[in-house]
Design a protein around this ligand. Structure first.
Ligand code: PEP
Ligand code: MN
Length: 346
């Protein structure tokens, strides 16, 4: 649409698309609104739309993924995250200030979550992470506290003004998790759980979609497309490492995917240097690199007592290390025109 197009103009275009039996996807941007079309079995004639009020141009999208593509929207999408309850601050992912999500792998107790939250808030994180439902490789490993964990997360939100990111593991579970979460996390093992992607696409909550262990860039973008196609345009991508023959790390963090995704898609992308390396000593160097390469933020595991963690303790940072990480990435961010929330670090 033209920058000066009115809301009525946008509605007019949507009506036209729907009258043809297709689905309209109005996606507002800072400069102008793009309206995507899905459900059409083949190419449409641009002339059908070009002369409608407010239309700037009608562009056939050549990529298999349409709504996530830069062809439809050539500016980074700002994903607005608001607290589900209470007056806490909201935050836009994809802007100048990097999004920092930090907290334990899993919520283990109120004490553990509060101890982690206090430190990550002080260090400048805007989001708290912690799984209440954990998709574990072994059925005998700690599976999370379930709803009790979600309640603790809601308390963290109220007590610290942190936005909550937590994982949903299947479509039924999503009903419960979305009542508490501010961002729904879909984990690497679920990146192609298509019924979960569709369910998340019908949620009002933004989604953090992690790259699968062996997913190509097209597979990642197609997974995101499932969510947008259902009408949820608030998707944040995340690189978390892929499986290779390397044995000095748990996974190989593929930082080259960041500029590659940014060329193809308007969705913001974060980096998870924790699962991406699986080794605590490699997290700070790769966090610096992730910021340098242009990631829109980081998701990091921080535990008040990593040696006693019930999951992923060996890769979780000590709170003091997270302070150092924030100081170091702030220096890098300044060089490339980004910012890191200074928090109240000493
Ligand atoms: C996690 O964030 O704790 C997690 C399980 O991540 P991933 O899905 O990337 O393995
Ligand atoms: Mn983990």
């Amino acid at each position: 649409m033209k920058p000066q197009a009115t809301e009525e103009d946008v509605r007019g275009v949507c009506r036209k698309i729907e009258s043809m039996g297709f689905r309209a996807h109005p996606m507002p941007g800072a400069q102008r609104t793009a309206v995507g079309i899905t459900g059409n079995p083949g190419p449409l004639d641009p002339a059908e739309f070009e002369f409608l009020a407010g239309v700037a141009e009608a562009i056939p999208v050549s990529k298999p993924y349409k709504l996530v593509s830069r062809e439809i929207k050539d500016e980074v999408s700002l994903i607005q995250v608001k607290p589900s309850d209470g007056p806490g601050p909201s935050f836009a992912v994809g802007g100048e200030e990097l999004a920092i999500i930090a907290g334990p792998c899993a919520v283990e107790s109120r004490e553990q979550a509060f101890a982690a939250a206090e430190r990550v808030k002080k260090a400048g994180a805007q989001f708290f992470r912690g799984g209440a439902f954990k998709p574990r490789t072994s059925p005998y490993s700690f599976q999370g506290l379930g709803e009790e964990g979600l309640k603790i997360l809601a308390e963290v939100r109220r007590a610290f003004g942190l936005l909550i990111v937590t994982e949903t593991i299947d479509p039924e579970n999503c009903d419960l998790v979305e009542r508490y979460a501010d961002v729904l996390q879909i984990g690497a093992r679920n990146m192609q759980n298509f019924s979960l992607l569709k369910r998340a696409g019908r949620s009002s909550k933004p989604v953090l979609l992690k790259r699968g262990l062996s997913a190509t860039i097209d597979e990642l973008l197609m997974a995101a497309e499932y969510i947008l196609a259902e009408g949820n345009y608030n998707v944040i991508l995340c690189e978390r490492g892929v499986r290779t023959f390397a044995d000095h790390t748990r996974n190989t963090l593929d930082l080259s995917v960041i500029p590659a995704v940014q060329r193809l898609s308007h969705l913001p992308i974060l980096v998870d240097p924790i699962h991406g390396t699986g080794r605590r000593d490699k997290v700070i160097p790769l966090s610096r690199a992730a910021v340098a390469v242009g990631a829109d933020g980081l998701i990091v595991e921080v535990h008040p007592d990593p040696d006693r963690a019930r999951s992923d303790g060996y890769q979780s940072l000590f709170p003091d290390q997270f302070d150092s990480l924030m100081t170091e990435i702030a220096a890098i961010a300044g060089v490339i025109g980004r910012k890191v929330n200074p928090g109240v670090r000493n």
